[in-house]
Design a protein. Structure first.
Length: 356
């Protein structure tokens, strides 16, 4: 559980915690236990893609998934939420409805776990967002060691994967015919102990290490993390922006699927009587022309290359300067979503090598 500073509100466990083995055919046993007390969300199939949705049985759950269309940040900072409602000259506060039962996010990959760390610094840093904090603390996290590496993945070079170091209650790893369940919190341990599962041994942890070593050699994309922060920051006049800005559609899909993009707009919606309405906030995207538009039509990022530069530099440089943490987690969603195949790792390479 986090406090208002984004830090754990209790000490990290120092004692040796038990790890368990779950035969794959008994996944329904685990899900039945979880669903008896929690609302469970996990990766489910949506056509040829995957998304996070409600999970009740093993048939629903896709633990061999590669990546999801939208990141799991939607559970902590929804695409749209009402701030308050008004009627006449009266403001009616909106008390957010948090489910009575706690919820579980199951199957979170290393890159998305790293995105939670960044979002915590944004929403629980200088000023704490109470709604974000409530939602964050209402979830237990079951992380998942990846099984596959997509051609668009580069988390290894960003230091965000494939190992999941911290931040979870339980870590799930497929070690062949069975799942290794590693507990990191008392809540995670209390959930698993009543199931009567076999405790994992040293050989099971070794099997997990073997899985991770196999993953590490399969990444095809990378970013020079040690140099890119300064390279991107000092690249304002680099011709790479015009090169890719000329083909960018400014559709905003890259920012919409980014697990760490946090910008939002605040709008008022008034009914036809002009007597009542609501103020709400919704995700906003720096690739859209209206994002940097100010009064009287002024726009300090009117060109597509300037907006593309902002998105890339925020991910590779500005995030470190703002929050002392790299914003990009190497999930590759922006690469997969781009209709004209703009690749953030290629831009980083060209900034490094000076090749146009």
């Amino acid at each position: 559980m986090l406090n208002e500073t984004g830090r754990p509100s209790k000490c990290v466990r120092c004692e040796i915690v038990p790890n368990f083995l779950l035969p794959q055919e008994q996944m329904d046993l685990l899900l039945e236990k979880l669903n008896s007390k929690y609302k469970v969300y996990g990766p489910v199939r949506k056509g040829v893609e995957y998304a996070f949705g409600p999970v009740t049985t093993a048939k629903d759950l896709c633990l061999d998934y590669t990546t999801t269309i939208l990141p799991p940040k939607k559970f902590f900072t929804p695409p749209r939420e009402t701030i308050f409602k008004f009627h006449g000259d009266k403001i009616i506060g909106v008390e957010e409805i948090i489910p009575e039962e706690k919820q579980i996010l199951l199957g979170i990959h290393a890159c998305d776990m790293a995105s939670f760390n960044f979002l915590d610094r944004v929403f629980l840093g200088f000023r704490s967002d109470p709604r974000y904090l409530k939602r964050r603390n209402n979830f237990l996290i079951f992380a998942l060691t990846c099984k596959e590496v997509l051609d668009t993945c580069f988390c290894q070079s960003m230091g965000t994967g494939p190992v999941v170091p911290t931040g979870y209650d339980v870590l799930i790893t497929d070690i062949g015919g069975k799942y290794l369940l590693e507990t990191a919190t008392s809540e995670g341990e209390q959930l698993l102990k009543p199931l009567g599962l076999q405790e994992a041994g040293v050989e099971d942890l070794e099997a997990k290490r073997g899985c991770l070593e196999n993953l590490k050699g399969r990444f095809k994309k990378s970013v020079d993390r040690a140099r890119i922060v300064d390279l991107a920051f000092n690249s304002q006049e680099h011709p790479v922006w015009k090169k890719y800005g000329s083909i960018c559609l400014a559709c905003g899909q890259c920012a919409m699927v980014c697990p760490t993009c946090f910008c939002f707009d605040v709008r008022d919606s008034v009914d036809l009587s002009l007597e009542s309405g609501e103020r709400y906030r919704e995700w906003d995207v720096c690739l859209l022309k209206e994002f940097a538009e100010v009064a009287l039509g002024g726009n300090f990022r009117s060109s597509r290359d300037a907006r593309l530069r902002q998105f890339i530099c925020h991910n590779l440089s500005y995030g470190v300067m703002q929050y002392n943490l790299m914003k990009c987690v190497g999930c590759g969603r922006c690469i997969r979503a781009c209709p004209v195949h703009i690749d953030i790792t290629e831009i980083a390479r060209e900034l490094k090598e000076g090749s146009i």
